[in-house]
Design a binder for this molecule. Structure first.
Ligand code: NAD
Length: 511
């Protein structure tokens, strides 16, 4: 394990390089391993990120462990004050933070600012920590005896986050984790790691003591070290389903509390009575926003009955209006995909769908930027007459590809969703309140929208899917986040009272 003294002799972090943030400062990587960071809009490598070794993760745990006693003893009012400062600093510096997201993820500035705004909600929620962490109190459960519950932090906790929300998903986790008195280690995606370090600097400026918030960059080596380290009490994960399952199984086997959110295949049912223009607008926004790289993106439109033809026409008519381009162009509404490899995988579904009998209504490879640019661009694609056996239905595509499955009845539509192995978000578009109510009652998914295509819960509810979209018992942030990052202690208390004191060797009963 690298000690602080050893670290002082390590190479100073190189400008233009993304190093770890341990013990309140940048710490150059010593493992000799690194990864490239691309600007997805140009295809160029812009920086490199250090990949941590097991020892470097150990150094972060050591710092977080030594910071824990003082942090958990810090009064609620002081912690609240710091949470307010973090919230204000992130808000003040949102344009710089957004610039990191555009530079490394590729999302356009309006989308990046939207991501930050949703993350800010979690910081605002955490400012209410004195109220949120209150336990219960039962007076006089027995004569002279009171019982109360307190919620205490777990210790050192870790968060492992995906590429698609480099600012918001870390905020989902660390806002609640540190407000409840834990110390935190973040392992961000290696594809867009700079936002994490930028937030670390803001936290330091806000008065978060050294070691309370740490960032360890890297790949599977760092993740496996987190899962194995006995000094880490809990792990929050957001990413793809195979890795989420692995994190859950490995982390719980090592005795940790784990919440692991996985991938998604979100369906949007459109009933024949729906407002078609509204449904088409929603499909475009939810299917192509952030280039479809959202776990709550609509992937599949389930068109019921005779709504299919006019709906597909209405969506098709809107496609030429979606402006695809780099985030540096203020008129761009959709940016590139995160890597060339991912872009090409997404594009491959256009060929497989056609080969498997679907109708490609719009092919994103016809976008001039697809061929003329070194950036990882792909235009918007629409595939109709998709069936449940096709790869484009079965896989999470995670790109700007909307698929349309046609069914005859509402019952068929619900069965389709309930049979799908994922259960993150889903939506129904209808004017029929009874149908919507029946849908919310019987659909097997964790987050439901009624004429709302991306029903990401506000920060005072919790976020989480069902089935293969979440492994664990507790959803993320909000009230379930408070539960996840704390454990209950129940105190039964009696004060010396000569009036009630007597010897009784029987099992304690209420009296
Ligand atoms: P990913 O699973 O590839 O990576 C997520 C994290 O796991 C990263 O930090 C990565 O470094 C690490 N990782 C990757 N491979 C690993 C391995 N073999 N062993 C250990 N760690 C590993 O996911 P991604 O591509 O970064 O993100 C996109 C995925 O995340 C999509 O499937 C999307 O649906 C999902 N996602 C889900 C939610 C949700 O709330 N359910 C939210 C956002 C993204």
């Amino acid at each position: 394990m690298t000690s602080v003294a050893e670290r002082e002799t390590a190479t100073t972090p190189t400008p233009g390089r993304v190093s770890h943030w341990i013990g309140g400062q940048l710490v150059a990587g010593t493992s000799g391993r690194e990864g490239p960071i691309y600007d997805p809009a140009t295809g160029a490598i812009t920086r490199y990120v250090d990949f941590a070794s097991v020892a470097e993760l150990g150094a972060a745990v050591a710092e977080a462990t030594s910071a824990y006693p003082a942090w958990r003893a810090t009064s609620l009012s002081k912690r609240t004050d710091i949470m307010f400062r973090i919230r204000n600093l992130v808000e003040q510096h949102r344009h710089e933070l957004a610039a990191h997201l555009t530079a490394e993820h590729g999302k356009v500035p309006s989308d990046a600012l939207g991501e930050i705004a949703r993350g800010l909600e979690n910081l605002e929620f955490a400012c209410g920590i004195p109220n949120l962490i209150k336990g219960g109190f039962s007076e006089q459960v027995s004569t002279g005896v009171d019982v109360y519950q307190i919620r205490q932090p777990l210790g050192v906790v870790a968060g492992i986050t995906p590429f698609n929300f480099p600012a918001m998903v870390p905020m989902w986790m660390f806002a609640t984790a540190i407000a409840t008195g834990n110390t935190f280690i973040l392992k961000p995606s290696e594809k867009d790691p700079s936002a994490a370090n930028f937030m670390a600097e803001l936290l330091r400026e806000a008065g978060v003591p050294a070691g309370v918030f740490n960032v360890v960059h890297g790949d599977k080596v760092a993740v496996d070290a987190i899962l194995a380290h006995q000094g880490i009490a809990a792990v929050s994960f957001v990413g793809s389903t195979p890795i989420a399952r692995y994190i859950y199984e490995t982390g719980t086997k090592a005795g940790k509390r784990v919440q692991a959110l996985g991938g998604a295949k979100n369906h949007m049912i459109v009933l024949p009575d729906a407002d078609i223009e509204m449904a088409a607008d929603a499909a475009i926004s939810a299917g192509y926003g952030s280039a479809g790289e959202r776990c709550m993106a609509i992937a599949t439109i389930v068109a019921v009955g005779d709504v299919a033809d006019p709906l597909v026409e209405a969506i098709k008519a809107r496609l030429p209006r979606v402006k695809v381009g780099p985030g540096s162009d203020p008129s761009s509404e959709m940016g590139p995909l995160v890597t060339k490899q991912h872009r090409d995988k997404v594009a491959s579904y256009l060929d497989s769908s056609a080969a498997q009998g679907a109708t490609v209504v719009a092919d994103g490879r016809e976008l001039p930027l697809y061929k003329d640019s070194d950036g990882f661009f792909l235009g918007v694609s629409l595939i109709d007459h998709v069936t449940t056996e096709m790869d484009a239905y079965r896989d999470e595509i995670f790109g700007p590809v909307l698929t349309v499955v046609r069914v005859a009845t509402y019952d068929e539509a619900v069965t389709l969703i309930n049979d799908n192995p994922y259960g993150n978000g889903t939506a129904i578009f209808t004017r029929d309140g009874g149908a919507a109510r029946q849908f919310q009652f019987e659909v097997n998914a964790g987050m439901v929208g009624i004429n709302v295509p991306i029903p990401v819960p506000v920060a005072y509810y919790s976020f989480g899917g069902w089935k293969n979209s979440l492994f664990g018992d507790l959803h993320m942030y909000g009230p379930e986040g408070i539960q996840f990052y704390t454990r209950a202690k129940i105190v039964t208390s009696r004060w010396p009272d000569p009036g009630t004191s007597r010897i009784d060797l029987g099992f304690p009963r209420t009296r």
